[in-house]
Design a protein around this ligand. Structure first.
Ligand SMILES: CSC[C@H]1O[C@H](OP(=O)(O)O)[C@H](O)[C@@H]1O
Ligand SMILES: Nc1ncnc2[nH]cnc12
Length: 291
């Protein structure tokens, strides 16, 4: 493939064993410190960068994950195709603990996070109507199947603020909205990946039935962790298969998301913010430097 394969690993997934030339690399970002160093190396000849979303040892809560620094760091390392791997609860009987869901839509109910790289002095509006890369998502489905995982192709992920799990009333409401799974981290990650013009896909690993289910009264962290341990092994098998299946083309122009997005006229842009946006948006802000 051209570019680099990136993975952001969620709860229970803190490394990728077996990388050739593996090294944990500290990446400096103008958006603050990323969650941890990034594990770089190659997997079956494919250059890969892996970042544990909560840091090794699970240091960051869903609210304090430095989402902007993480996406910026991946972009700085040359990542073009980013796969998010996360734990989630299920709203559907037929999406059971142990199953994977390759998510294709989100409802963002988070409220205490920075959600954009852009702002005063450089305003941009990207489309997230179709928030994931369909080609990369299709490859994730194929890779999960090749690894023998029960996988659902498509699903709506409700992103909640957390860190507490939902009340039963909230869980029933999200279910009535038609959501399929719930987690605490895919937003604003997916929005930021779009702003950074990455091909992004999200693989959600079901650990529980959230709190709507009549036979599973409340989310129990001990149960979640038990399921996570099994899911972690499956996730690594999927990643191995995916490295050989990454798409060569994208029909959705994920890598052109900023083409018409920036509203602020060049003479009114804040030079400090423009400098900070170098990795994320240099392609459109400083075309001469990146040509
Ligand atoms: C340990 S269950 C709750 C926790 O796990 C998920 O994290 P991630 O999406 O990074 O796998 C969920 O969103 C919560 O943050
Ligand atoms: N039920 C749930 N709600 C939110 N985040 C989760 N992560 C794993 N299970 C979850």
């Amino acid at each position: 493939m051209q570019g680099r394969f990136g993975i952001i690993g969620g709860s229970g997934l803190y490394d990728i064993p077996g990388l050739k030339d593996a090294a944990w690399t500290q990446v400096d970002s103008p958006w603050g410190a990323p969650s941890d160093a990034v594990l770089t190396g190659t997997l079956n000849g494919v250059p890969l960068a892996f970042l544990p979303r909560h840091g090794r040892g699970h240091v960051h809560s869903p609210t304090t994950v430095p989402y902007r620094a993480n996406i910026d760091a991946m972009k700085r390392l040359g990542v073009t195709h980013l796969v998010s791997i996360s734990a989630c609860g299920s709203f559907r009987e037929d999406m059971a603990p142990g199953d994977f869901v390759v998510v294709d839509q989100f409802i963002d109910r988070t409220f205490a996070r920075e959600k954009s790289f852009f702002g005063t002095g450089c305003v941009a509006h990207v489309s997230v109507a179709h928030p994931v890369c369909p080609d990369l998502s299709a490859a994730c489905v194929s890779a999960a199947r090749a690894a023998g995982i029960r996988v659902h192709d498509g699903g709506t992920y409700l992103a909640m603020e957390g860190p507490q799990f939902s009340t039963r009333a909230e869980s029933l409401m999200y279910r009535s909205w038609g959501c399929d799974v719930i987690g605490m981290t895919n937003m604003p990650e997916a929005k930021l990946a779009r702003e950074a013009e990455l091909h992004y896909a999200s693989v959600a690993m079901i650990t529980d039935y959230d709190s709507w289910h009549p036979d599973h009264d409340a989310v129990d962290v001990a149960d979640v962790i038990r399921t996570l341990q099994g899911n972690g092994t499956k996730a690594r098998d999927m990643v191995m298969a995916l490295a050989a299946m990454l798409p060569k083309a994208c029909a959705s122009d994920c890598d052109q998301a900023l083409a018409h997005a920036i509203m602020t006229s060049p003479d009114r842009r804040d030079p400090a913010l423009v400098a900070k946006l170098g990795a994320v948006a240099g392609r459109v802000l400083n075309p001469k430097d990146t040509a």
